[in-house]
Design a protein around this ligand. Sequence first.
Ligand SMILES: [Zn+2]
Length: 260
Amino acid sequence: MATGRIQRLRRGVYGCAHVDEQIARAATIGGALTCVSVLRSHGVWAGDSLRLHLQLPPTSSATQDPSAQFHWARPRFGLQSPWEVTPLQSLWQALHCLDEENAIAAMESAMWTGFLRPEQIRQLALHAPRRLQDGIRRMVNNSGSGNETIVRLRLERAGFTVVAQGHVPGMGHQDLVVDDCVGLDVDGRAWHEGNDRFATDRDRDVQAEGLGRHSLRIRTAHIFRTWPHTLAVIERAVADARRDRERRRGRVIVRFDDPF
Ligand SMILES: [Zn+2]
């Protein structure tokens, strides 16, 4: 300790100086890292809250720490160390802690990133709270980000047919294709990670326009701050694209069915 190579975290518990900051806090408080904190540290979608989520034994006394969220429970799916629950337990806890759309986004993200195996996702799905069952039935295995999952769920519930990673000739794929006529690219960054754009996005916008594909690019604020407006814009874009398509189809019919 005198040379700074180890730190005292708690009575009888010492950590290397370089130990992960969240694990060190868990050890200091006497809990295990769980829920969204574990998901986020493994690059899995975890919603917005940046608070530390810690599991404490059901018998432990209440701890005052406003920057942490405590779950007093015996871990159903175990611990992988005294300071961190297993991946299965962390997602199980998050399903109970997150709102519905973020919970489904976390499940798709856990599958897509390989954080859990498909059979583990199925196991959780079977025992998931009832409020998640509709979203679970709508899950796909190729969602590119949590934001994309949330937009897809909202649009499906608004009555649209939505294909994830829909193919567009000449463009590869777009994040979501709505009613087979409007492409959506959804900023995958979480709320707190900023909104920097990449040059490749611009290239795709130009390409989409050249192909006559109706395309929209939406960012995090459009999903979580101004969704009613965003939905109205998407509805308008789909209606316009349908009308354009019918016009084009009309011209083709005249050409082929012309009796003269
Ligand atoms: Zn939690």
